[in-house]
Design a protein around this ligand. Structure first.
Ligand code: FE2
Length: 409
């Protein structure tokens, strides 16, 4: 039996399932957030837009036996792509099929799970375990490597100190990038060259540095093959995008913790709705949910799948394809009190001075490309990656800007 969640059933659901249900009224839709914490099992959240019957259906199992904790989505699950055939032989029939489906998936929904990547679960688990250790370090030690010390936007951000859409995000985090000396800036050098520089590491957790760079080596090679697969899927040569990365891609790793909090109006967001500035973002998270991807104007819960990375696209794809591909919007809702979400994101970025002008697309894709700029004129996409990513870093960290980026006259 499958049922459609409707307003009339909300109170009944609360009674039967012992769930806590919040209803939010927006201008054109009603959003229901359903919390299930029965029997002290892990938190599960669902969101329903009840004016979209196709979007949200629940199996009766969930409605009447919520302790099963299993969600049965009947529509609009995010796609799961298996890159293994492409890694085995990109020019085989199966490899080509992967490229084609990747291009289609990157167009819509632009958010997907990636499996078959070959990175051992153990490596992911090890990094996740060390990430948890980092957040258990004495506060003083984390504060000693505060991001405000770094003109390169590296280091620790205290809870609530990063902003998205001008509002504080309710998470703390460490930002890590390529390890290199800071550049001595010439008068005419572009400001974004200051993004290059050393990281800040916690002195009593040297394992963090080792684990991050070991993990990056593995994921970087998968990301590069994904990039090549997309080039092929977009009708280009296998090596078409290679020179955007070589010789010194500007990757970034962000390890974040989202503490639980009551979701009330006016309370800090976990992470506000935004899109990323670069190419692919790979997300690994613990089993506490909260990530939501925007699809067709609707936010959809991204329930973690063990062993698979969540992948979304950044702005450089949007500009390179004249909008055939979109920088997909996403956000994170805080978990409820007592829960904690940990996520580790790898941002696959090109070299800072890589320029992305629109590429020639096959006619069938070009017909679907409606322009590479963001609709908001206050949020332009710059074709040089360094300039584009500095735009977003500055917006997120006004304290770093105040300390290190004086207004140029
Ligand atoms: Fe993001």
């Amino acid at each position: 039996m499958t049922g459609i969640l409707s307003l009339s059933s909300v109170r009944l659901l609360e009674t039967i399932s012992n769930c806590r249900i919040q209803v939010h009224f927006d201008s054109d839709q009603i959003k229901i957030i359903l919390y299930i914490s029965r029997l002290n099992l892990s938190f599960v959240s669902l969101e329903a837009y009840i004016n979209d019957n196709d979007y949200f259906k629940l199996h009766a199992d969930l409605v009447f036996r919520p302790w099963l904790r299993r969600l049965h989505w009947t529509k609009k699950m995010l796609p799961i792509l298996d890159i293994a055939p492409f890694l085995k032989d990109p020019f085989s029939l199966e490899g080509k099929e992967f490229s084609d489906s990747l291009a289609q998936t990157c167009h819509d929904p632009g958010f997907f799970f990636l499996k078959g990547h070959g990175i051992p679960r153990q490596e992911n688990d090890e990094l996740m375990a060390i990430a948890k250790q980092f957040f258990k370090l004495p506060e003083q030690e984390r504060h000693a490597i505060a991001i405000v010390n770094s003109p390169h936007f590296r280091g620790y951000t205290v809870l609530g100190d990063e902003r998205t859409q001008g509002k504080r995000d309710w998470r703390d985090q460490i930002d890590i990038g390529p390890e290199e000396p800071a550049i001595t800036m010439g008068q005419d050098d572009p400001e974004w060259l200051r993004l290059r520089g050393p990281n800040q590491w916690p002195s009593s957790l040297p394992e963090l540095r080792v684990a991050v760079f070991s993990w990056v080596r593995g994921i970087e090679s998968v990301a590069m093959e994904l990039f090549r697969a997309l080039a092929v899927g977009l009708g280009q040569d296998y090596h078409f995008f290679d020179n955007k990365m070589s010789p010194d891609p500007y990757f970034r790793v962000k390890i974040s913790r989202y503490p639980g909090q009551e979701m009330k109006p006016g309370v800090y967001q976990g992470l506000g709705l935004h899109h990323d500035s670069g190419l692919f973002t790979f997300i690994m998270q613990n089993q506490v949910g909260g990530l939501q991807a925007e699809r067709g104007g609707v936010l959809q819960e991204v329930t973690p799948i063990p062993g698979a990375f969540i992948v979304n696209l950044g702005e450089m794809f949007q500009t390179a394809t004249n909008g055939f591909l979109k920088a997909t919007k996403h956000q994170v809702n805080s978990p409820p009190p007592g829960e904690e979400r940990i996520s580790i994101a790898y941002f696959m970025n090109p070299r800072l001075n890589a320029v992305f002008d629109p590429i020639p697309l096959p006619a069938k894709f070009a017909a679907l490309a409606g322009g590479g700029q963001n609709p908001n004129p206050d949020d332009p996409i710059y074709s040089t990656f360094g300039e584009n990513t500095l735009k977003i870093r500055k917006r997120a960290h006004p304290d770093v800007v105040a300390a290190h980026y004086p207004v140029r006259t």
